[in-house]
Write a protein that binds this ligand. Sequence first.
Ligand code: HEC
Ligand code: HEC
Ligand code: HEC
Ligand code: HEC
Ligand code: HEC
Length: 172
Amino acid sequence: MHRVFRTFAAVGLLALSLAGCKFQPGWGYNQGYAPEQPIPFDHSLHVEKNQIQCQYCHNQVERSKHSNVPALSTCMNCHLQVKTDSPHIQKLRDAYDKGGSIEWVRVHMLPDHVAFNHSAHIAKGVNCQTCHGEVEKMKTITQVQDLSMGWCINCHRQPENKAPLNCTTCHH
Ligand code: HEC
Ligand code: HEC
Ligand code: HEC
Ligand code: HEC
Ligand code: HEC
């Protein structure tokens, strides 16, 4: 009887510790995450094939903490004329005519206790690709880096970056 109990207890503990590991922070967050979007927006088609600059669409990234996802009006600069026979573009047009928006699924997301700032990095010449991978080749946006604290610190620590390391830089 006791032996059976001990076996159950051991299995239970193992299961608990595995469950614990699964939620353990610092293992990397959503690396490889590539959610389906409400409209299959293809970066490679726009950036590489049609040579549209990142900042044409993400036009706040140099000025702001946040890099915005473009407004529908930015899409309609082209798609009032381009490819209007496509059902995806008709969906864009419908939302635009109704004054609505497209609910893009957020891909990269740090926890609330972390302060990130795009403009500070862009101003120092850190490329989008260093942190987001080869977006110009992506049909679907995929999170390439793990966005862990270790990843941030590793780059901040490089002598040539002279980037701050004190806790309050990233945690307010
Ligand atoms: C024609 C407009 C357009 C251009 C040009 C463009 N993007 Fe985007 N980008 C979008 C849209 C729309 C989304 C939201 C849908 C999605 O995630 O695919 C997005 C999403 C993203 C995301 C994910 C945001 C999140 O939710 O985490 C990143 C990162 C990104 N773009 C980087 C880039 C980079 C880097 C370039 C240039 C190499 C670029 N984009 C060029 C329109 C554009
Ligand atoms: C600077 C011009 C330009 C802008 C801005 C632009 N696009 Fe495009 N888009 C194009 C071109 C060019 C094509 C390719 C058309 C073709 O295949 O002939 C295209 C193709 C597409 C397609 C594929 C259509 C299909 O069914 O084949 C989708 C979806 C799309 N764009 C969505 C968007 C969205 C969403 C935005 C805004 C975030 C946007 N585009 C902004 C120029 C643009
Ligand atoms: C030093 C790394 C780094 C660089 C460089 C960088 N990003 Fe980001 N990006 C991030 C992180 C981290 C997030 C998640 C931010 C959050 O959750 O607060 C993010 C989020 C985003 C988002 C989602 C909206 C937002 O602001 O949270 C978009 C769009 C984006 N980046 C586009 C770009 C573009 C375009 C460039 C280049 C012009 C760029 N990023 C350069 C790290 C970077
Ligand atoms: C590829 C290198 C690199 C990565 C990765 C990186 N950073 Fe930085 N970071 C820098 C550089 C360079 C600076 C600019 C230092 C300066 O302004 O002198 C900086 C500056 C900052 C600043 C200071 C902004 C200000 O207002 O002065 C914050 C906050 C910051 N980074 C947060 C983060 C966070 C959070 C991450 C991870 C999610 C991250 N960084 C990832 C290189 C990087
Ligand atoms: C360059 C930016 C940066 C600096 C500097 C930084 N952190 Fe973080 N920290 C992060 C990011 C990003 C996360 C979220 C991802 C993760 O948990 O790995 C995080 C997460 C954390 C967490 C939460 C982990 C969890 O259990 O969820 C703690 C605690 C923490 N940091 C403490 C510190 C302390 C203490 C310092 C100073 C010695 C510090 N951080 C300096 C970026 C930074």
